[in-house]
Design a protein. Structure first.
Length: 214
């Protein structure tokens, strides 16, 4: 979802930056390239180490989440080019679709809710997608394969029958280790990185239509 369907990575950066500023530090945007695709708790742990921020991890994560939820309600929700075209083509072919996000349930809910409010003709996200899996619903988050195995199970298919579109190396690793075919679609934060295991690296989801035959 984040960085693939919707351009929320700038919102995530603003939330991380606000969190760090609470402790009198400034976070450079260059750090985000190493954060995308990984669980929030790992990112916060890294920030605590980098900036010597003291405090229980769960409290620090909760503090940052407050910032994100606030910003996610206020900032523009921008869908990436090609998403609706790809989704419509998948639906035309009778393919099932799942959102697989390492974000928390509230973070997934607010983004999808706002996205579909801008497209009321498409109904509600929980009705539009055949499955929505968040990072709180599996024992191990990305880059572990658990979340993709869970998504496939909810769709009633084998992971090997799935094509996964991912914007980060961690996501590609999660998909491929689950057995799915992974297609990398880099964004501004992940562009230039290596995507080991990806069947292809494409410029936009619009190009992903050609990958539905894999």
């Amino acid at each position: 979802m984040d960085g693939l369907i919707v351009d929320t990575e700038p919102i995530h950066f603003k939330a991380f930056r606000a969190f760090v500023r609470d402790f009198g530090h400034e976070m450079p945007e260059s750090l985000m390239a190493g954060f995308v695709g990984y669980p929030e708790s790992e990112n916060i742990r890294d920030l605590q180490r980098m900036f010597k921020i003291e405090g229980p991890l769960d409290e620090m994560v909760a503090r940052r989440r407050v910032w994100y939820q606030r910003l996610a309600e206020e900032e523009p929700i921008v869908v990436f080019p090609g998403f609706w075209e790809l989704s419509d083509e998948a639906r035309r072919r009778g393919l099932k679709q799942a959102v697989v996000s390492s974000s928390t349930a509230p973070q997934v809910e607010v983004v999808l809710r706002r996205l579909f409010q801008e497209h009321p003709e498409r109904g509600k996200p929980e009705e539009y997608f055949d499955a929505i899996v968040n990072g709180e619903e599996v024992p191990n988050n990305k880059p572990a394969p658990d979340i993709y195995a869970e998504a496939a199970a909810r769709l009633g298919v084998r992971p090997e029958e799935c094509v996964a579109f991912e914007d980060t190396p961690a996501g590609v690793r999660a998909a491929t280790e689950a057995g799915a075919i992974a297609i990398a679609v880099p964004n501004d934060y992940s562009r230039g990185q290596e995507f080991p295991g990806a069947r292809a690296v494409i410029a936009s989801l619009r190009e992903g239509i050609g990958c539905l035959d894999l």
